[in-house]
Design a protein around this ligand. Structure first.
Ligand code: NAP
Length: 298
């Protein structure tokens, strides 16, 4: 693709976000690797990214962004638009896992995970969309998970946050197409990133202890994750391909995983069910026409 994109990535201090930032910048895109506390908790990560940018002459910048704060999101988006003149791609990547039986998580812990994994993208998308609408192009990319399509006991509240993210991203996919803006979802399987070390434990251990056998689910699931050996660069490479796919030709969902675990089947079935629903609601033409025009076919 000749046209190079201006890309904002959330949660780019480590893991997928960091790899995406480096990969996209190495392919000539202008990248804003955003993170919390680039002068504090992430000072080392921020200076490593800046050093890489200097060493390899990359258009790779660090910007402060906490997805739980409206003000922080709006400030970061303003910085990108002021410096780069536009914003073409927003990658909603920041997120974490709440680990434990559903009943053991307090309401405050559930509020916090929804604030990051779901409301974070709501904030970012609302901040970037007026700019994308003005240029009548753009891509909202959402890093969901296989756990956004199937439910895994012991991380069920994380699943709930990713299910919510999936619904948000899919709604945008249909609603924004007439404006030439794409919304897509990436569903990674389990990959070795710092995510497992960053898991937050459900706080009410007393309740966990009442579960007896079900309590063993925790150990089994965590044991499987600990053994996951996928190379996270696969996710960054998939994101590069999506970013470089022409507007209107991007798919709604991309499963990136060595094992499908039924997620591809669910996605195919949902696509067919959605088409039937649009036909029943009399929306089939609107949705299809919008996507064809965005792709330049009409
Ligand atoms: N690794 C996997 O197996 C896997 C599988 C499926 C989906 N995912 C998803 O992939 C995404 C990236 O995870 P990862 O695996 O790369 O793990 P990671 O290395 O732990 O990355 C998570 C990133 O999110 C950031 N973050 C958390 N809360 C934030 C906030 N309020 N504001 C801004 N940034 C925040 C973290 O920043 P700090 O450094 O400030 O904490 C970190 O940079 C997540 O959404 C995760 O759910 C991961």
């Amino acid at each position: 693709m000749e046209f190079k994109q201006v890309v904002l990535i959330t949660g780019a201090s480590t893991g997928f976000g960091r790899l995406m930032a480096e990969t996209l910048a190495r392919h000539g895109h202008t990248v804003y690797a955003s993170m919390r506390g680039p002068g504090g908790k992430n000072a080392t990560n921020a200076s490593e990214i800046r050093a890489l940018a200097k060493r390899e002459s990359l258009a790779l910048h660090v910007v402060e962004l906490d997805v739980t704060s409206d003000e922080s999101v709006e400030r970061a988006v303003s910085v990108v638009v002021e410096q780069a003149g536009s914003i073409d791609v927003a990658i909603n990547n920041a997120g974490y896992v709440l680990n434990g039986l559903a009943e053991a998580a307090t309401a405050e812990q559930v509020r916090q995970i929804m604030d990051t994994n779901y409301l974070g993208p709501v904030r970012v998308n609302r901040a970037v969309l007026p700019h994308m609408r003005r240029q009548r192009s753009g891509l909202l990319l959402h890093i969901s998970s296989g756990a956004g399509r199937v439910v895994i006991p012991s991380i069920g509240l994380y699943c709930a946050s990713k299910f919510a993210l999936e619904a948000l991203a899919e709604t945008y996919h249909y609603e924004l197409a007439p404006q030439g803006i794409d919304s897509s979802i990436v569903e990674p399987g389990a990959y070795q990133t710092p995510v497992f070390g960053n898991m937050v434990k459900a706080a009410d251990q007393e309740r966990t202890e009442t579960y007896g056998v079900a309590n063993g689910i925790l150990g089994k699931v965590n044991g499987v994750f600990a053994k996951s050996a996928g190379n996270p660069q696969e996710v960054a490479d998939a994101v590069l391909q999506i970013v470089e796919t022409p507007a209107g030709q991007r798919k709604l969902r991309y499963r990136v995983s060595a094992a499908s675990l039924g997620v591809d089947e669910i996605n195919a079935l949902c696509e067919s069910v959605q088409s039937q629903l649009f036909a029943a609601l009399g929306l089939a033409e609107d949705v299809t026409f919008a996507r064809r025009s965005a792709a330049g076919a009409d």
